[in-house]
Design a protein. Sequence first.
Length: 294
Amino acid sequence: MTPDQLITFAAVAEHRNISRASVALHLSQPAVSGQLRQLQDEFGEPLYLRDGRGVRLTPAGEQLASYAARLRDTWRQAHAYRDALRGMERGTLRIGASTTPASYLLPYLIAAFRRRYPDVTLHTAGGNTSDIVGGLGALDIALIEGVVGPDLPPDTAVHPWREDEIVAIMPRTHPLAANHCEQGVSLARLSAEPLVLREEGSGVRQLVERAFADAGLPVRVVLEIASVEGVKEAVRAEMGIGFVSAMSMRHEDDALCRCSFSPQLTRRLSILVPHASAPSRLVGRFLEMCLAEG
């Protein structure tokens, strides 16, 4: 039994899925499966069972998972302490970001950070808001959109960051575009239209669905798609009206029209810092830079 095997087991226990654990650990799926087999051989009994597309821990696995999680957290704290002692010249920073900040904010933040600290190694992880929150255990800092749920890992700090407006988008030739792009459009008017939404777990989708539900209006979803650019392309193809962050429209041409809502639909972007009781200097500097840019 090795520390690496226990840290791998902690990730599998957290994600309940070998494939997602391998992504979080930056290991191949066969490497993760091999470590799990070796660990089970050490204990002489099953630690987990296949359960559909994921895994389910046995009672012995549940007990071992608590020990493995403590070992993993201690290792991370020691890693952060080492980075703090070595200063800012070297080190690794693992940044997670949900779709909108990953596409339209993170590239500029990383470019600015690299100019200040060129020898720091940066790793990034993307996904929707639910993906990033679910993978916080493998990150140093994360930028997310939408509501921060109650199920954050212990010792996670939440920093409110920026306001972001959600807008409806439609082809410039759409009948609504002529009268509503400048004045704004009501949810009641949009509820009669076919809509293109992001996938389940998307921060934009959660906010839009909540707005329709609060207004007691139906949502006619004709397409779900897992990217902002996919939503734009579906709208260009005249499949329906889409919803995106206003910042994603900054460099668009005139083919699409953007419409605000009345009242305005906005959300908060947040910065999450897991392991907040022992953050490295790198995390502190990146956080300071993000908040200054906000």
